[in-house]
Each structure stands twice: as C-alpha cells, then as structure tokens.
Ligand binder design. Sequence first.
Ligand code: HEM
Length: 536
Amino acid sequence: PPDPRSPTGVPEPPTAPDARRQSGERLTTAQGLRVDDTDHSLTAGPRGPVLLEDHHLREKITHFDHERIPERVVHARGAGAHGTFRAYGNAASVTKAAFLAEAEAETDVFVRFSTVLGSRGSADTVRDVRGFATKFYTSQGTFDLVGNNFPVFFIQDAVKFPDIIHAGKPHPDREIPQAQSAHDTFWDFISSHTESTHMAMWAMSDRGIPRSYRTMEGFGVHTFRLEAADGTTSLVKFHWKPALGVHSLVWEEAQIAQGADADFHRRDLADAIDAGAFPQWELGLQVMPDTPDETFEGIDLLDPTKIVPEELCPVQRVGIMTLHANPENYFAETEQVAFHVDHLVPGIHVTNDPLMQGRLFSYLDTQLSRLGGPNFAQLPINRPHAPVNDMLRDGMHQTAVHDGIVAYKPNALDDDRPTASPDDGFVTVATPVEGTKGRHHPVSFTDHFRQARLFWLSMTPVEQAHVAQAYAFELGKCASPRVQENMLASLARVDADLASRVATGLGLPVPAGDVPEGVEPSPALSQVPTEPGRVE
Ligand code: HEM
C-alpha cells in the first residue's frame, strides 16, 4: 500500500526511522553522531580560545540562529487544534464533495483561530476580526475553508487589501499598535472607503471581542458555487454554528484579560480540549439558486460586504465538527500550517467575487516566502491524507523522493506515470465569461450603508449601547478632527441616533442625520424583522 508518510506513495527505506520523530536515548548531532559533552565548547587549553573545529557548537548555535521564520503578514497570532468532521449526508443534493455528501463520513480536520492585526506575541482579547480557518483532509484531497468570525469583509476588491492592512497595522515610525496615528489611518480608511462601513460595525459590536474561540461563529464570507453529482449548481455561503452559542466579553473584561492573561483565548481552547470538553460547531449552508446575474433577493452575491439575511435564506446544517486534540508542537503544526482558499475538492468551486479572486493569488504567494519555497505541502501538517502523485520536482526543502525519469503525460517511454482522472478529477464548472477589459465599478457594489443600517437596527438596546461606546472610544483615540468628522458623517448615513450618540461621546457637534436616498432597506431587506433581539 502507498506509504502515507511519503507524498509520492513511495515506501520509505525500511531502516530509516520516522523522520518526523526524535529517536534513541542518546544526545546526537543532526547527523546522528553521539555527543560526548554538550556544556563545554572545544577550546585550546582550559583558558584558551574556542576552536572553529567544534562542529557540535557551530551546529547547535547555527540552528538556533535560524529557528524563527517570518510571522504571517496578517493573522500572525493564532491557536490551533485537531478534530473530526462528520457529515449528516443531507448536502448530497447540492454537492458531490464526498466529505459533505456521504452520511456519517468522517474527515480529519485542523483548525487555526487567529486575530488579524497583532503580531505573534500580541494579546488575545483585543478588539479585532478573528480568523477561523479549517483544513479538511478529505479522501479527494485537501479542502480549506479560510473564513473569519464575521460574515462580511472590509473591502470588495483584493487590490485594496494591502491598503486596509497598512492603515490598521502599527506604523513604520514607532511600531506602536495603539498609536494615535494608527487610529487616524484606520478610521480615515473606513470613512474614505465607505464599503467598509458594514464590517467596521461588526468590529465595533460585541462580535469584535469574543469570550472564547469556542463561542464564535465562523463564515466563509464569499459566495461559493457548489456542484451536485448530477451537475446542477447552486450559490452557497458557508457558516459555522458553535454548539456553545455566541458569547462575547464586555470591553472592560477584555481589557483586564489582556493584562492578566495575554493568552486568554489560546489557554481556554487548549484547557477545554485537555479537560475533554471538546468544542463543536455545526457546518451550515445557505443555498441559493445559481442565476446568471448571481444575485439573491436583490443582493449581489459577489459583493463580500453583504450578508444574505438568514430570514431570507435559512442556514441548513450539514455536518458537525469536534475538536478533540491539541497540537503536540506549536511550530510544526499551528505555525507551519498553510491554508489556501484555492484548496478545493470536486463539488466546491470559487466564484468571480473580486476579493476572492485576489485571495487565490495571495496565499500561495505569501507561503512561498513564509515557509521557504515550494515544498511546504510536504510538511506533516500540510500533507494531504489522500494519495499524492504530483510529478513536481526538486526545489528548496524537497523531502520526497520522486521516482521516475519521465515527468510528463502523455509519453511514449513510461506507462506507469500517473494518469489524469477525467472521470472523477476536479473539473471547473463551465460558467460563461465575457466582457470588456477594464477597471470596472459595478453599480451593484455601490450600496455601502443599507446593510450596516440593517445590522444596527437588528441589535438589542444593550448591544447598540456597546456599539456606540466602542465607536466613541476608538474614534476618541484619533488625533485628527477631520477623520472624526468624516466618520460621524458616515455614521449619520447609517443612522441618525447612532451618529448622535457617538458625537455626544466624543463631545463633538451632532451631524445632520441625512440618510440619503437609496439607503433605506430595499423591499427584500425590509421584510426582515428589525425589532431588537433578532440577532442570535
Ligand atoms: C491569512 C481570512 C482576505 C491575504 C488569513 C487567515 C485567515 C484569513 C483565517 C489565517 C490563516 C491561518 O490561520 O494560517 C481571510 C478572509 C478574507 C481574507 C475571511 C476575506 C473574506 C484576504 C485578502 C488577502 C488576504 C483579500 C490578500 C489579497 C492573507 C494572507 C494571509 C492571510 C497573505 C497569511 C497567510 C499565511 O501566511 O499563511 N486570511 N482573509 N486575505 N490572508 Fe486572508
């Protein structure tokens, strides 16, 4: 049988111990040479100079010098866990992806939760978006659902991603995350790029300070295209629903937790798993018809700043994930894991959402430098649990032994080379593409306030109070009066009462509540009940 440790399926040499493990009882060099003494360098005489000849000394220090790899450019601070996903089988009507379609199918998963802006050593309970990335090691190859704990994103086009991140990250001069200038640029970006209005409100809501990773929802954000065995397609949004419900900290708790325990969330996750209180999430789908205009009830499904309200399209639960094991080694697993939106399996496809399309480029590109070359799929945490026979060759950190001299198909020299799979391989759904080249501004992407208003109106009075306080607190950190005024003007386009509360909190004049034409909920959205208490 193919050797699961070998990406090519080539059996490992019989005498080689498992390369992933340390073995033997004696301390050795990396070459397996037993070391006589690890506490004293080789010197010329008891008080003499240290000799360059000391291989053990040089190897030990050189390896130490290279222990760090670059942290992720975003989502650097994270915590991971292993688990299992079990499918209910009811998704077979919409997707042929075996791990979703086959009832009771069990699939290994690795999940990494993260904050976005902080560095690797930053505190867990800051106000921020949380990453919720899941690697499904399916029998058909690896599928990654690289989502967040908010259902929308700040921007509609990946070309702005470096801009929003640079606006929010610590500045190059002082590198102080909470500097006034970083507040200025962040809120300047939000008020100048008004498609961010909706997501910024999620960040200011209690969702921005989760109580625990175990009590967060997760969202694939983008619309995906699912394909059933009979070829029918649908447009779908992915949701994770936590068994423990959604819970947040209040701001004061979050601040105290940061000081008392910067590792509050990662400790909570690891402790819960150690104690056998395994966290669980159900995976849910909002399934919408695959129409030529890719809209649903007037909502452009390619716009990642929009939700589809669950009242208009309920979430159907299709399986359950249980996290039951902590990583053995943080670096090998949580740090070296590489997620990618483009890791797909038959039955799941991407769409033309311009943010999603940019991500398809970004993840592999960044991992090439973060993980030192093109062979990081061979790292144990990234190895598929399906057989791999890729005919790729060489490269930095190659650990596989690729057999065969002929690395192409078809060929006339070696019939044993791996064959393609027209029957059950990944075939891109044949969606039509046409249009004029250009940097377009779709009209359907211009509604920047309606869903922010819907979100605001959906909250309870307590939740609304938290949101208004959060805006006032965060905008109060800005040094620029112009940025504060611009944000108040933007909030006035969402809701006059919200703008007035924030202005009062800042001690500034209340802006005119001139909700412009077209900002009131569309007929479809106005069907959504907006009384307090609607949000789960
Ligand atoms: C990392 C989610 C948009 C670039 C991540 C991670 C998550 C995530 C969860 C952490 C992965 C991990 O734990 O290793 C999202 C979501 C987005 C989004 C939900 C929008 C809906 C973007 C965009 C870009 C981008 C538009 C670039 C154009 C990156 C990069 C990393 C990253 C470079 C670091 C990856 C690594 O070093 O392994 N993202 N992201 N993201 N994201 Fe995104």
